[in-house]
Design a protein around this ligand. Structure first.
Ligand code: GAP
Length: 503
């Protein structure tokens, strides 16, 4: 799927046209990097959240859920390191007055060189048959030169990011002669750090308002409730606390639809273990989380791990699950072994003991933590882009179909009387009333049946139920399957059971 700009555009416009995602505040020309979930989008999103919640909280007896507040005591963000270090390096172009992330300007530059390599490979593949791509990449002088350039710049650039060398970043932007996409000029300001947290005031100004932050991650709400949950839930280590909720980041580069938003949702789980057992546990969750993704039936080649070589100062292992989005492999979920860093910091800043008494070892200790953290919106985009299909049928017509995993589909079954007369709508309504108790269904009697099937294909409904004249005689309806377009008849009495079995 990698680097398919056109496909990505089609997916974005499909999401809008068919009621999945709208730009926020659209009648006021929108608000950058903020989106609203529409009538089908919210169903799909809820199904993703339920699927995660079930697999984490319902299926694991030692994991419980919470729902902590978005506003939290401001010292929490001092303790977690977000006030001092949750920054992006920014640079402004003095002519266009536009602001950019310095690291993204350099990444874009590298991407352009990668595109040049891809073009060379594509050209050669057309010219030579058979074509050995690996051999071509390692021997073609131009490609080798480009690859060397990418490697050298990447090494210097990573070092600068690690050292927070802002002067070096500016010098590199100048050396690479990177221009502003708007003004075309190289008239840059210095690079400086920009904190990503949104701040606001709590309380009335007269009473002396305090600055609070919109949480940039849900995880801290779990850490500060560790003791409460452990005590009231009588939890025994190892145990986990899960949470789904909104997070806010003032992202400067926000141009990949719902991939990078300013207001988004996370599904996070912190697993508390005995010190020394964290790496075994990290390995376990790494495998479990990949199994969860694959259980949706999405092809394994769309996923890969990206193990971190350079670790954050509080982590002793970290990996990303990357997904092959239409713009290439990018982070979908992070799994981190965060040691006892967060709880220790909160002990220090709050002055409260955040310890666990282990009856088996008779020890009192700060547990170690393994975190799994996935963005709901990124998962939504992964599922949607994987499902989107435009195909030409045997009769030459085009069918746009969302091949969504059936359990995530917004509408599970569409109830379609063949015509709006002869008593068929009445039978269809009776079926609808029964099925909607257990399944999200949609009744539709407008337009020819073929058009109605296409509408359901476009929103990913796995089953269409058609009620025709024969139904009045044999008490049977036709089930039409979305993916195979196969049709078969079942009795109305067994319809509900047949459908429920399929989920
Ligand atoms: N508690 C750890 C944490 O927040 P992160 O890698 O910054 O780690 C975790 O974020 C996940 O949240 C990411 O893997 C991604 O799926 C999602 N995420 C992060 N920033 C996002 C944004 N601006 N828009 C949408 N999703 C985002």
């Amino acid at each position: 799927m990698a680097n398919n700009e056109n496909l990505f555009k089609q997916i974005i416009s499909h999401a809008k046209e068919y009621g999945f995602i709208f730009p926020s505040s659209e009648i006021y020309d929108g608000l950058a990097a903020v989106y609203d979930y529409a009538q089908y989008g919210v169903e799909l999103k809820n199904n993703i959240k339920n699927y995660w919640w079930k697999s984490m909280v319902q299926f694991n007896e030692n994991i419980v859920g919470i729902d902590s507040a978005i506003f939290m005591h401001p010292t929490i963000w001092k303790a977690s390191g977000h006030v001092d270090a949750f920054n992006d390096p920014l640079i402004d172009n003095k002519d266009s007055k536009k602001r950019y992330r310095a690291d993204v300007l350099i990444e874009d530059y590298l991407k352009k060189i990668e595109d040049k390599i891809d073009k060379e490979v594509e050209k050669a593949a057309k010219k030579f048959s058979p074509f050995d791509e690996q051999l071509f990449r390692s021997t073609n002088p131009r490609v080798v030169e480009y690859a060397k350039k990418i490697e050298t710049i990447t090494q210097r650039f990573s070092q600068m990011l690690n050292d927070e060398d802002l002067v070096g970043l500016k010098a590199l932007i100048e050396e690479l002669e990177i221009t502003c996409p708007i003004s075309g000029s190289r008239n840059w300001t210095d690079v400086r750090q920009f904190n990503l947290m949104f701040a606001t005031q709590i309380g009335s100004v007269a009473d002396g308002a305090d600055t609070v932050y919109l949480r940039p991650e849900t995880a801290q709400g779990i850490f500060v409730n560790f003791l409460n949950v452990y005590k009231t839930g009588r939890m025994k280590i190892p145990f986990g606390i899960a949470q789904i909720g909104k997070a806010f980041r003032n992202e400067i580069v926000a141009r990949q639809f719902i991939f990078r938003m300013r207001e988004f949702e996370q599904m996070e789980m912190q697993f508390f273990v005995r010190p020394g057992e964290e790496l075994k546990c990290f390995k376990y969750w790494k495998e479990e989380r990949m199994k969860w993704h694959l259980s949706l039936g999405i092809a394994p080649e769309h996923y890969r791990f990206h193990d971190h070589e350079k670790l954050a100062h509080y982590a002793n292992a970290a990996t990303d699950i990357e997904f092959d989005f239409p713009f290439g492999f990018k982070e979908l979920e992070g799994i981190h072994s965060r040691t006892d860093y967060d709880l220790s910091q909160h002990e220090k800043f709050s002055g409260k003991k955040l310890r666990y008494f282990d009856h088996e070892t008779n020890e009192n200790y700060i547990p170690y933590v393994v975190e799994t953290s996935i963005g709901v919106d990124r998962m939504f985009l992964a599922v949607l882009s994987n499902a989107f299909n435009s195909e030409i049928l045997e009769d030459g017509s085009e069918r746009v179909v969302l091949r969504l995993p059936a359990k995530l589909a917004p509408i599970k079954a569409a109830i379609l009387p063949l015509v709006k007369k002869d008593g068929l709508p009445e039978i269809a309504r009776e079926i609808m009333d029964v099925l909607k108790q257990d399944l999200m269904c949609q009744y539709d009697d407008k337009d020819a049946i073929g058009r109605r099937y296409r509408r359901q294909d476009a929103i990913g409904t796995p089953f269409c139920i058609t009620i025709d004249h024969q139904t009045k005689e044999d008490h049977c309806v036709t089930i039409r399957e979305r993916d195979s377009m196969q049709q078969y008849r079942v009795s109305i009495d067994t319809l509900k059971g047949t459908l429920i079995n399929k989920f």
